[in-house]
Design a protein around this ligand. Sequence first.
Ligand code: NAP
Length: 256
Amino acid sequence: MAELLAEKVAVVTGASSGIGRAIALGFANHGASVVVADLREEPRGEGGPTHELIRDRGGTAEYVECDVTDVADLAVAVEAATTLGGIDVMVNNAGIGESTPVLEVTEADFERTMAVNAKGVFFGSQVAAREMVADGGGSIVNLSSEAGIVGVGGFVPYSASKGAVRVMSYALADALGGDGIRVNAIHPGIIETAMTTEDVPQVGTARDDQYLASIPLARFGQPSDVADAAVFLASDMSRYVTATSLVVDGGMLNTA
Ligand code: NAP
């Protein structure tokens, strides 16, 4: 397979588990060096740390402990990329799901969701862009959601945070395009990760058939499905693509 990311250095937040882990592994398969930035090294569920898996396969990867709500932590992750040659790609993937009924959402719930899902993406983009401006460009990929395009009544603060990610990505693309930085959003549908099996159960529940009936490709997504989209947006294959939304959902959003 062609190495679409040869000689590139990427930071992926939330890369110990789920979609972020698949993105980090996918990037490494395509030749990138990867900084795995997450709250903890061990993945949710089975398998060893992502950076160890990449190294075992002959790739280059570092783990950095990083809480994306802390701007100083984000700066440390980008600094780690500098030691690997300088950041080319930033993936702001870390996020939390919540499904509190709207009348019961507390101020703390709302602030936590916005801090991780929206503030973390903004400052992750900012610290990466400072380096990219100095180095002549790069690609920023932000994980939004279908809930960042349509309002989902069971996920109001989550929808607010993911809508913020979508329009923030367009605005960042506008602000940074002249510096050679592309910024795009990915909107996954229902992807089989701990978020959808444990935190906000959708996969493996009594409602599976109902969800699957709304997906033309008739299966839940896998993290690797999203990772391949991220490889495209990170690579020069998407050199004229910026300020856009790439929906990866098996067709759910645009069908009745
Ligand atoms: P996941 O399986 O829960 O993995 C998320 C990873 O992010 C975990 O390793 C988690 O660490 C980490 N994380 C959480 N808060 C963090 C913080 N403050 N700083 C750094 N890392 C943090 O979730 P996922 O399903 O892969 O989701 C990844 C992204 O895709 C999220 O932005 C999510 O909103 C988005 N998304 C997912 C789906 C889906 O169907 N799965 C659909 C649409 C959008 P801990 O395990 O320690 O908490």
